[in-house]
Each structure stands twice: as structure tokens, then as C-alpha cells.
Ligand binder design. Structure first.
Ligand SMILES: *[C@@H]1O[C@H](CO)[C@@H](O)[C@H](O)[C@H]1NC(C)=O
Ligand SMILES: *[C@@H]1O[C@H](CO)[C@@H](O)[C@H](O)[C@H]1NC(C)=O
Length: 493
């Protein structure tokens, strides 16, 4: 997809200090989107909307003209400039000798420290999502696995792991490199590259047939998906699916499918294939990605990542014109809607999916079943059948309640666990079927329990956007849910 305006809000200590746009974003408003008639209007409108800095030179070129044309007053510019200078002050720019300031003498010596390399590995571990794990599959035991087949066009990935908009890595730790250091491995790429026009099955199936376990690392790269490079389908590229199926069929032991990609993949074939015993999605895991993948495969780390997006089946592509950005489904045209909030069709994997080597139980410790909104005698909703309350309404202020959830790790391994609290609003205003209200990550040692608390602001957190773009709190029966746990909550006046 074409990436358009990106606004980045920099927050420090919980306070947003300045707002900066991507380099060409202000220009795009005028030149590509024709949202304004002149470049000066684009400069004025973005600054008036709160922009303090744009990383290109567009504001530098056109803001003065905007003031001269009366589109913008100098006070707005002063405000933006002071937000920028306040940030420079916080960084110690005006406090004398820069080398004596905390950020003043950072240099190459600070880049590849062992702490930073460990951070890269830890970030990769935390990002790994376990999507399928049949009994007896992961984690593999490094003491009992005497031979491991490592297969796939991303098995020895290096540069692919860092994706794009990347820095220069300290070094790469490929999956093959780390797995080979742990157990005896044999390796076959199985495809000449990720495009995989022709799978090379012979070596791959042969080594899988004789190894105690098989790890197949497939997926995409910037040759398949990147800014200005859309995929033409959402299946595994080229003949990768054939490679995976044939290797799985030939394998003697457990088969671990590792998908390295930015976007979701229709891997329904692998989900339903009993010979494929585990599926991991690792994103583009960065320079230490290979080490993190091995950490999960051999159980040195218990995965706790969750899918940040819905994985649609290939048929979805045919129902969604890429020019239609509507979130809501349209039954009249067969448009299926987008995201877990509005798409009701089948998914390959869903937003929020992700398991670990432990099993987790949730229970409700404290949550109200009824919340009443106090309204004045003459409020229109006292007499009429109101479907919802305007969030801007003065009665919809400071209405909050707590939810306390018990979370129990019934497994032996310690794990992190992300509690995703969703709500389903009553069916009014074409509301989403499900909406993520909040999430909390907890660390749970083996066989332990913890409590997680959410503060729910009724008017903010339980609101939906109506047909005219106004934020409303639907009255009636809401449903709060976490995993399989459901809790009805009635909202009345
Ligand atoms: C894996 O990749 C590295 C770095 O590109 C390369 O040096 C090495 O030969 C590759 N290993 C195999 C077995 O192809
Ligand atoms: C699976 O492997 C067996 C031999 O082990 C072979 O006879 C069969 O054709 C293979 N099936 C597929 C779908 O490749």
C-alpha cells in the first residue's frame, strides 16, 4: 500500500511534548491527496491541527507564505517552536559542554554493547507468536534431539530479518547458525530464494526423513512485501507451500513451521495438517532473530507474543478492493469489512491469538454487572427510548469502575502472559462486534497466580462511533470478555 500521512507523537514522562510528521506528509496533503489548494494551506492547516515539526523542508518553505496570506498567525508558529525548543532543553542542548550532558557524548561505543545485543534478542523473543503446538511438539529437548533438519528459504536468513527502515546491525545471528550450535543439524534451503519459483524437494525431504525433528523456516522478504510493493496474494510465496507439505509428509519427527514475514499468510493448509505440529510467526525479528527463534524452539524462553492483526484466508483478497478503505462490512456489495472489529468471516488466525508452553486460566475477581448513568429529571433519555448517550453529554463524565481478573499459570514453566480485555457493545450504530478495551502483561512463575486490574472509564472505553462520527455510549447489555471468559454488563440510565 501507499503509505500516506504518518503523524508521530513523541511522549516523554507521559506528557506529549511535540508532534512531528513524516518527511513528505505535509506535501502529500497538497500534491497527492489534493486536500488543500496550495502548499501554504497545507502548512497552515497542519500547524493549526497541532503539528510542531515536519522532518522534510516543506514547513520551512511555505509557512512564512502562509502567514503572509493570513492563513496562520505567528502565535501558532511560536507555539510549535517552543515545543521544539522545550525538547532541546530537555536533552541538555543549552546546558554547556555537550560532552558533559547525558546524551551529548553518545557514540559508536554505545551501539553494540552486550546489553544492547541482549536487548535485540529479548525484543525478538517477546515478539514471537506461537500459533499451533500439538502435544509432544515444542519445546524440543536439546539433549534428546540427536539430529535436526533445518529447511527453508529463510532458514539461514540474515538481512531479511531486519525488514526495512532499518539501521546497520551489529551482526546477524541466523536461525541456522544458532540451531547448529545447539544440536547437530543438516540444512537444505528447499527454494533458491523466498520467491521460490521452483521448490527443490529432493534434499529437503531426504534430510527431513532421517532427522529426529524438522524446522522449516519460510515466509517473505522485502522482495515480496514492502512500501510500494503489495503482495498479489496472501499465500506463502511461490512453491513454498508445496515445499512445506512435502517436507512435512516426509518428516520422521515433529515439524516446526516458522513463518518470517511482515503481513499475515494464509497457512490454512498447515493449520489443518497433523504432521505440522507447531507453527510460529516471528515477524522480521531483527539482528538476533535467529537466536530468539532457537530460544523458543528449545524451550529456553516461553513465547507470549500475540498476533497484532487478523490473518485472512486467500478468498478475502478477492472480496476486498484495495481502493475501499471502509472498516464496516457492506452486505449489499459483499464487502467483508476489515479487522477483528468488523470482519465476521473465517480467519486463518485471529487478532490476539498466541499461546505459550503453559496453560493459563482467567477468572473474574471483581466486576460490576450493572452500571447506572445518573441523568437529570429533564434529560431526554429519561422519557424517550434512547439507544445511546452522547459522550459529550455532561452526564457522561467520571463514570468509572474497576475490573479485577485472576490469572493462573497452571503449567510448570514460568511465562509472561498478556491479558487482552475486549468488549462487545450492544448492536446499535453498526458498532464493532468486538473492541480491545485494554491489555496488561504479567509475568507468572510456574504454578502461580496474579491479579490484573483494569480501570474502565465508561464514557471513553465503552463508547462507539455512530453513523455521523459522534462518539456514543450504547445503553443496554455489553459483554466483557477475556479468552473464553465472558461477563455481561448492563448499562442503564
Ligand atoms: C548462511 O549464511 C551465511 C551468511 O550469509 C553464509 O556465510 C553461510 O555460508 C550460510 N550457510 C549455509 C550453510 O549456506
Ligand atoms: C507422502 O509420503 C509417502 C511416502 O512416505 C508417499 O508415498 C506419498 O505420496 C506422499 N504424499 C504426498 C501428498 O506427497
Amino acid at each position: 500500500m501507499f503509505v500516506n500521512v504518518v503523524l508521530i507523537v513523541i511522549c516523554m514522562c507521559g506528557v506529549c511534548r511535540y508532534i512531528v510528521s513524516d518527511c513528505d506528509s505535509v506535501e502529500v496533503l497538497f500534491k497527492d491527496q489534493h486536500y488543500t489548494k496550495t502548499p501554504e494551506e497545507a502548512a497552515a492547516q497542519t500547524i493549526l491541527a497541532g503539528l510542531d515539526l515536519n522532518c522534510g523542508n516543506y514547513l520551512g518553505q511555505y509557512t512564512e507564505g502562509a502567514v503572509k496570506q493570513g492563513l496562520l498567525d505567528e502565535a501558532s508558529i511560536n507555539n510549535a517552536v517552543s515545543n521544539n525548543f522545550a525538547t532541546l532543553m530537555r536533552l541538555g542542548f543549552f546546558d554547556g559542554d555537550p560532552s558533559k550532558q547525558p546524551y551529548g557524548n553518545l557514540g559508536p561505543k554505545d551501539v553494540c554493547t552486550s546489553e544492547n545485543r541482549e536487548l535485540a534478542r529479548e525484543a525478538a523473543r517477546q515478539g514471537i507468536v506461537l500459533l499451533k503446538n500439538s502435544p509432544g511438539s515444542l519445546p524440543l529437548n536439546a539433549k534428546t534431539i540427536k539430529s535436526l533438519a533445518v529447511i527453508g528459504p529463510n532458514a539461514n536468513a540474515t538481512r531479511v530479518m531486519i525488514g526495512n527502515y532499518e539501521g546497520i546491525p551489529c551482526n546477524y545471528i541466523s536461525p541456522l547458525q544458532t540451531l547448529t550450535a545447539l544440536v547437530p543439524t543438516s540444512y537444505a534451503a528447499g527454494c533458491p530464494n523466498v520467491q521460490c519459483a521452483n521448490a527443490e524437494l529432493d534434499d529437503a525431504t531426504q534430510i527431513a526423513a532421517s532427522a529426529d525433528a524438522t524446522v522449516i523456516i519460510v515466509g517473505a522478504s522485502l522482495a515480496i512485501e514492502a512500501e510500494s510493493l503489495d503482495r498479489i496474494n496472501i499465500l506463502l510465496p511461490g512453491q513454498q507451500q508445496l515445499l512445506v507439505s512435502e517436507v512435512a509428509n516426509a518428516s520422521k519427527g515433529p515439524v516446526i513451521l516458522v513463518i518470517m514475514s511482515g503481513g499475515g499468510m494464509d497457512v490454512s493448509f498447515a493449520k489443518s495438517n497433523d504432521k505440522i505440529t507447531s507453527i510460529l510467526w516471528v515477524g522480521y525479528p531483527g539482528e538476533a532473530g535467529g537466536a530468539a527463534i532457537a530460544d523458543v524452539i528449545f524451550g529456553f524462553y516461553n513465547p507470549s507474543g500475540r498476533l497484532p492483526m487478523t490473518w485472512y484466508p486467500q478468498s478475502y483478497v478477492n472480496k476486498v478492493p484495495m481502493t475501499n478503505m471502509n472498516m464496516r462490512a457492506d452486505p449489499a456489495t459483499g464487502y467483508p469489512g476489515r479487522t477483528y472489529r468488523f470482519y465476521k468471516g473465517e480467519t486463518v488466525f485471529s487478532f490476539g491469538d498466541g499461546i505459550s508452553f503453559s496453560s493459563i486460566e482467567h477468572k473474574i475477581v471483581k466486576a460490576p454487572q450493572l452500571v447506572s448513568v445518573p441523568l437529570a429529571e429533564d434529560h431526554e433519555c429519561r422519557s424517550s427510548e434512547c439507544m445511546s448517550l452522547d459522550v459529550a453529554d455532561e452526564h457522561c463524565q467520571n463514570l468509572a469502575f474497576d475490573i479485577h481478573l485472576g490469572v493462573k499459570n497452571t503449567g510448570k514453566m514460568s511465562t509472561s502472559h498478556v491479558v487482552l480485555l475486549f468488549f462487545t457493545p450492544p448492536d446499535v450504530h453498526n458498532a464493532p462486534q468486538k473492541h480491545l478495551l485494554g491489555f496488561e502483561k504479567v509475568h507468572l512463575p510456574g504454578k502461580s497466580e496474579a491479579q490484573v486490574r483494569f480501570k474502565v472509564d465508561v464514557c471513553k472505553d465503552l463508547s462507539v462511533v455512530d453513523e455521523l462520527g459522534n462518539r456514543k455510549v450504547p445503553l443496554g447489555q455489553h459483554l466483557l470478555h477475556v479468552g473464553n471468559l465472558k461477563h455481561p454488563l448492563s448499562l442503564r440510565v
